[in-house]
Design a protein around this ligand. Structure first.
Ligand code: AMP
Ligand code: ZN
Length: 673
């Protein structure tokens, strides 16, 4: 074996560097440059080399994210600087009071603040030694926390090593600490709960609990499977902040390739702070993660030090808490909803009530176990909560109704009358009639859903009519709908009918992963669909795969594999697949070729919030049209898309003369052919 050890070492280091860069693009910037398959290939090369030369394996290698066996417990570690909580403000008046106090203590008329999201997760201290990730410690009691290093390592957006040249350029020591928040994005949370439900496990109440649970498990493999994210918001060297301003710290963290929210804002007056709080109050629902408020920090670090701490919290920061989206109301009735897999979900019909600006009149009760756990009956007064776009849920009974009566699961399907079935050991009650119209309706809604085929105009009202009129009997029928048929529906003008047809047509070129997810195979969530698409590369290969072949796919266990095999062995489903093929849907994954190239070669930068889409969606659209998204403005930027409350990127774009688009212009550009 001719290669010298140093040549091998150099080769390994080069591979690691490449992989780190791709991890950064994928997990931090959400802007991958290569396909997942190409990424896996690089990883496998590295794994093979490391297997051959085990003495060259280092803990900062990308292969070492998930490794080691479950542990018996956690060790406690003392924090170099206490991890304090924050004082809360529940009104703008309290914020004004905070500002007055700061200015008074500082003896200044004006104080600059940074306003940023208050991530609803759990705080974490990441310690780096020699530029290499050494330790992850929870907040604990603030003075000491728990060492959860192997679990933190499994979070892909946590860099295992930072670039030493960047450290040098920023004049930062190679031993440093980064504090931030571990969160679970809403989509991951929803998928996790769906999975838990399907597998009969317990639901998590909110993403924060789910994230905390995933970090404090003893087996890092579980953490790895939970899709957590880390957002950085503080940089320390020893017990000091090594830069002049908090905003410098945020910028330095981003340069060191930590994930930093791009939505923080420098505010020169308290009014700007209040505007920021107000702007994000409704917009926060569109964020991919939950925030429970805004953190306001004095920007000048010297002033921060001057202001110091009380026993519990810094005097230089405050957390403005948004009012909780909760309300009390009365359960008028409990009905059941038949889902796409035939599962009956009890739904509380509520006395309509305003929750965070939205009228709520229904709330899911999930399943019979949940009804029993809550002890809720018809007539009770309940506390409900609405988090983000999630359907509201009942938190607890606040007062039992005088004439309360218990809910009983119906013996027959309320839609088709078929006898209801409850499998041994399962929580769910099901309608097993394959032709139940309720199932078809829900399946169509799932098929059209934003994470599936993304046919926006196909909502419940339209689906009801399409199914009731017999125009659509399966997914494939959507693709043969005619304009006259759609225009004949209630609440459907010719223009919207045409729009819907266009959307249906456009959905044909969706990725294979979306199609697999849209089929609604039991236990196949979004992520599994993605992994299946990457592994098999075509629907036909997936449809003919055996349980053994399926088990080779990461994260696919025997239960999922069996469910897929069963789905494709069902003659009705085989027929459906053929119909979809005839309709011209994409059955193969050719990522590069598929992308339409309307925005090819164009680089976009976003600043401020958009009204009609989340930042994430807008970026996804740019990428799917062949464009690129960058996080900062340079001369190479082609367009800066400016929403409301834009940040400094807007000013930079103006000074560099980069083309600036408002939201409407951006939408136009997307729509142009
Ligand atoms: P609380 O737990 O309500 O006292 O709030 C303090 C906690 O807010 C901190 O310990 C952090 O975990 C968390 N937090 C979330 N986002 C931020 C942020 N942007 N800056 C500082 N702390 C934050
Ligand atoms: Zn039924």
């Amino acid at each position: 074996m001719g290669e010298s050890k140093s040549a091998v070492r150099a080769k390994i280091e080069k591979l690691r560097k490449t992989i780190r860069e791709h991890e950064y693009r994928y997990y931090v910037l959400d802007d991958p440059k290569i396909s997942d398959a190409e990424f896996d290939k690089l990883m496998n090369q590295l794994k093979a080399l490391e297997a051959k030369y085990p003495d060259l394996v280092t803990p900062d290698s990308p292969t070492q994210r998930v490794g080691g066996s479950p542990r018996e417990g956690f060790q406690t570690v003392r924090h170099k600087r206490p991890m304090l909580s924050l004082d809360n403000a529940f009104s703008y008046d309290e914020l004004r009071e905070f500002d007055r106090r700061v200015r008074e203590l500082a003896g200044r008329d004006r104080v600059e603040y940074v306003a940023e999201h208050k991530f609803d997760g759990l705080s974490m201290s990441l310690q780096y030694e020699g530029g290499v990730f050494a330790r992850g410690v929870t907040r604990g009691d603030g003075t000491t926390g728990e060492d959860v290093t192997p679990n933190v390592r499994a979070i892909r957006s946590v860099p295992l090593r930072v670039d030493s040249a960047t450290l040098k350029k920023l004049r930062l020591a190679a031993d440093f600490e980064v504090r931030g928040e571990i969160i679970m994005p809403r989509s991951a949370f929803e998928e996790l709960n769906r999975q838990q439900e399907e597998q009969g496990g317990k639901r998590f109440a909110n993403p924060r609990n789910a994230a905390a649970g995933a970090v404090r498990v003893l087996d890092p493999a579980i953490t790895a499977s939970r899709r957590l994210d880390f957002y950085a918001y503080m940089l320390l060297a020893g017990d000091r902040v090594p830069v002049k301003r908090h905003s410098d710290a945020l910028e330095a963290l981003a340069k060191l390739q930590f994930k930093v929210s791009r939505d923080w804002k420098l505010c020169r007056t308290l009014d700007e702070v209040l505007k920021y709080c107000e702007a994000w109050e409704s917009r926060r629902e569109k964020l991919p993660y939950e925030i429970d408020g805004i953190v306001i920090k004095v920007n000048d670090i010297a002033l921060q030090e001057e202001l110091g701490f009380t026993a519990k919290a810094p005097r230089w920061a405050v957390a403005y808490k948004y009012p909780a989206h909760q309300a009390t109301t009365v359960v008028k009735d409990i009905q059941v909803n038949v889902g796409r897999t035939g599962v009956l979900t009890p739904v509380a019909i509520l006395e309509p009530v305003q929750v965070g600006g939205v009228t709520v009149s229904r709330s899911t009760l999930h399943n019979m176990d949940e009804v029993q756990r809550l002890g809720v009956q018809i007539g009770d007064a309940v506390l409900i909560e609405r988090a983000g776009e999630v359907i509201p849920h009942v938190l607890k009974v606040v007062k039992e109704g005088k004439n309360r009566r218990p809910f009983v699961m119906p013996k027959e399907c309320p839609v088709c009358g078929t006898k209801i079935h409850k499998a041994e050991g399962e929580v769910a009650y099901r309608c097993v009639n394959a032709a139940c119209p309720a199932k078809l309706k829900e399946s169509l809604l799932h098929f059209a859903g934003r994470h599936a085929m993304n046919i926006d105009g196909l909502g419940a009202k339209i689906v009801d009519q399409l199914v009731d009129k017999g125009l659509v009997k399966d997914f494939a029928d959507l693709y043969s709908l005619k304009l006259e048929q759609l225009a004949g529906l209630e609440r459907m003008a010719e223009k919207s009918a045409q729009n819907l047809l266009d959307e249906i047509e456009a959905s044909k070129s969706n990725s294979l992963a979306r199609l697999i997810y849209a089929l609604g195979i039991p236990f196949v969530g979004e992520r599994t669909a993605q992994l299946l698409a990457e592994h098999f590369g075509s629907l036909d290969k997936l449809a003919s795969a055996t349980v053994e072949e399926l088990s080779e796919v990461p994260e696919v266990g025997p239960k999922v594999a069996a469910s897929i095999v069963e789905f494709f062995s069902e003659p009705a489903n085989r027929k459906l697949v053929e119909k979809l093929r005839k309709a011209g849907l994409r059955f193969t994954e050719e990522r590069k070729a598929r992308r339409d190239s309307r925005l090819a070669g164009k680089t976009f930068v976003f600043t401020g919030a958009l009204a009609h889409r989340s930042r994430e969606q807008a970026e996804e659209l740019v990428v799917s049209h062949g464009g690129k998204v960058a996080s900062s403005v340079s001369k190479k930027t082609d367009y800066v898309v400016v929403g409301t409350e834009p940040g400094s990127k807007y000013d930079k774009a103006k000074s560099l003369g980069v083309t600036i688009l408002d939201e409407a212009q951006f939408e136009k550009l997307l729509a142009s052919k």
